[in-house]
Design a protein around this ligand. Sequence first.
Ligand SMILES: Cc1cc2nc3c(=O)[nH]c(=O)nc-3n(C[C@H](O)[C@H](O)[C@H](O)COP(=O)(O)O)c2cc1C
Length: 238
Amino acid sequence: MEIDNLLELARKRRCIRRFKPDPIPDGHVEKILEVARWAMSGANGQPWEFVVVRNQETREKIVDLLAEHRKRTHLMESTRIEALRHPGAGAPRTGPPYVKDAPVIIVVCGDPRTFQATVLDTHFSSGEGATFHMNIGNATHMIHLAAAALGLGSQWVSVTRPMERGLKELLHIPEMLRIFVMVPIGYRGYEPGISYRRELNEIVHYDSYDSGKYRSDEDVIAFLAELRKRTTGSYRTH
Ligand SMILES: Cc1cc2nc3c(=O)[nH]c(=O)nc-3n(C[C@H](O)[C@H](O)[C@H](O)COP(=O)(O)O)c2cc1C
């Protein structure tokens, strides 16, 4: 693969918050998960397992769980000044329907026992360490890239603790496993365009950190406020 193709794929992948209900061709989910299987992980611990949810009734129950979470995050976000409120939690909603409209939801599970494969984590973390979370993040990112390569849309849906409990019950996932994220996948319901990223020269330092680029607290707050203005639109698509 040429680097330009990879760059194009990285730019083409977007978080999609509205899907067509059309089914995904047979074998696509397996291809996506075959890519995810090749993700990097600390000491090759491979904590991931994937529950592929296709059943509509189950997807609707997952939206109900998300609706509960939405109420809570809306309340929490209301305590912040308006300019900094997360656009996805700024208004009370019943739950993001795009999650059930996507024909497939991949629930990414992680087995925390595998972090013992990682010497660093075993020695320096008493609980689940950063390596475990990074491993799950890596596999999840591979899912998104593979979906984009197949011309599909996908979304990163964070799973909170209360949602995790509900998902485990609903999907009979063993207590030992952790769930931090699920990924609805389907054909894009709209064309989102190019996402916003900070410029390369703002984020790269050669040989040592260039303190001229260090952002003050005020700079970061101004950045976040600007970010909120830029990204609000992408949360209004559902
Ligand atoms: C760790 C992580 C958690 C995220 N959680 C959510 C989420 O719960 N809901 C959501 O709508 N988007 C979520 N996102 C997606 C981001 O909002 C999205 O990646 C970002 O706004 C940039 O947009 P883009 O991916 O379309 O370029 C998450 C992304 C990451 C990496």
